[in-house]
Design a protein around this ligand. Structure first.
Ligand code: RAM
Length: 358
């Protein structure tokens, strides 16, 4: 699997750009999080604390939770895009990945009359009434990474098709366990739109194409490191014949790898799913993990910010066929259901992991 062809040529330069930017990551992270990461007060904070420019357009990122390296990276891309646009960037969000916590941030942003909210949703429907109020106040609502029901937002920026993400993970686990035996899923939160869609499609793919693999359990680590670690231990205890774990969340796969690394199961119970190269590097190098998948979260944030700006300035309305330019990533077209697609998942292993720094 590769990045989509349009971006293939840019991959090396993207990696180089990330490397060059590495020295400034700490500064950007501090600036992006508008106060202490995890602070529930950050939505009330002075927007200038995380300002990315002085323009009229204010674009606020609201991830599932703060303190998650995946969202630190998507917000880094979002901030870069908003700076290019000449707007004002903010990131706010809860410490725990819950819909209730996101609702209060949405309500505050509506009072603040930001131009656009760019959101990864902890629930498909629980945010809808607050998002409706935001839209009624003239705020553009873009989801990225994890969607809400289509009528509750203006646009969804999808990292890759759900089918593609599901298939990548099923292919990986099936290769790693010899296409037979018991597997389990360690997911994020029970209501996460994105993980639930991927798990459904994994089940379909397993049933259709891998009759000798049995999915024996799906457990939820809530995108919390300790909960994910504990759920991994419990899975291995309750399923002594387990051959593999698929964790379609960057928090879950890293915690599961940490558990396996020092256990008797290292190398015997296979682990794959969706992870970041920086979180997973040591586990790939020491044989705890063979291979896993992801897309580039920085590009996802960057594209989402440009999409939000295109809605704000009227270049697009979310209608199928609308086009806009997302800076260095080039031109994108709005597809069915007001969705924009970043690309395809990419597989990381010992041969390529050092080419990436996020
Ligand atoms: C976690 C979050 C996010 C998901 C990634 C793969 O960081 O659950 O929503 O897309 O994993």
């Amino acid at each position: 699997m590769m990045w989509i062809s349009r971006r293939k040529a840019g991959r090396a330069s993207a990696a180089a750009r990330v490397a060059v930017a590495a020295a400034t990551v700490a500064i950007l992270a501090a600036a992006c999080s508008s106060g202490a990461p995890g602070s529930e007060d950050s939505a009330d904070g002075d927007s200038s604390a995380a300002a990315g420019g002085g323009g009229d357009v204010s674009i606020t990122f609201l991830p599932k939770n703060l303190g998650n390296p995946y969202f630190d990276t998507s917000s880094k891309g979002g901030k870069a895009a908003v700076e290019e646009i000449g707007g004002e960037f903010k990131e706010v969000g809860p410490t725990e990945a819950t819909p209730d916590a996101q609702v209060s941030f949405i309500n505050t942003l509506t009072q603040q009359k930001v131009s656009a909210i760019v959101l990864s949703a902890n629930d498909p429907s629980a945010l809808c009434s607050s998002l409706d109020e935001a839209k009624a106040a003239g705020i553009k609502v873009v989801t990225f990474d994890s969607d809400v029901d289509a009528e509750c937002r203006d646009l969804f920026v999808n990292q890759a098709t759900a089918e593609g993400i599901a298939k990548a993970q099923v292919d990986l686990i099936s290769e790693q366990i010899g296409d037979a035996g018991e597997i389990a899923v360690l997911s994020a939160t029970a209501n996460a739109t994105n993980q639930n869609a991927w798990i459904d499609m994994m089940k379909t793919d397993l049933a259709a194409n891998h009759p000798n693999i049995t999915l024996v359990d799906v457990v939820y680590g809530d995108d919390d490191d300790q909960t994910s670690f504990d759920k991994t231990a419990a899975l291995l205890q309750s399923h002594p014949d387990l051959k593999g774990i698929v964790s379609p969340t960057t928090v879950g796969i890293a915690a599961a790898a940490r558990y396996l690394q020092t256990s008797d199961f290292k190398g015997k119970v296979k682990l794959t799913g969706l992870g970041t190269p920086n979180d997973m590097r040591d586990y790939v190098k020491d044989g705890t993990v063979d291979a896993f998948a992801l897309w580039n979260p920085e590009d996802l944030g960057y594209l989402s910010a440009f999409a939000a700006n295109a809605l704000v300035d009227g270049t697009i309305t979310g209608k199928e066929g609308d086009t806009f330019t997302a800076g260095k990533l080039g031109e994108y077209t709005v597809g069915p259901d007001a969705t924009v697609l970043l690309g395809e998942p990419y597989v990381f292993n010992a041969d390529n992991i050092d080419d990436f720094d996020f």
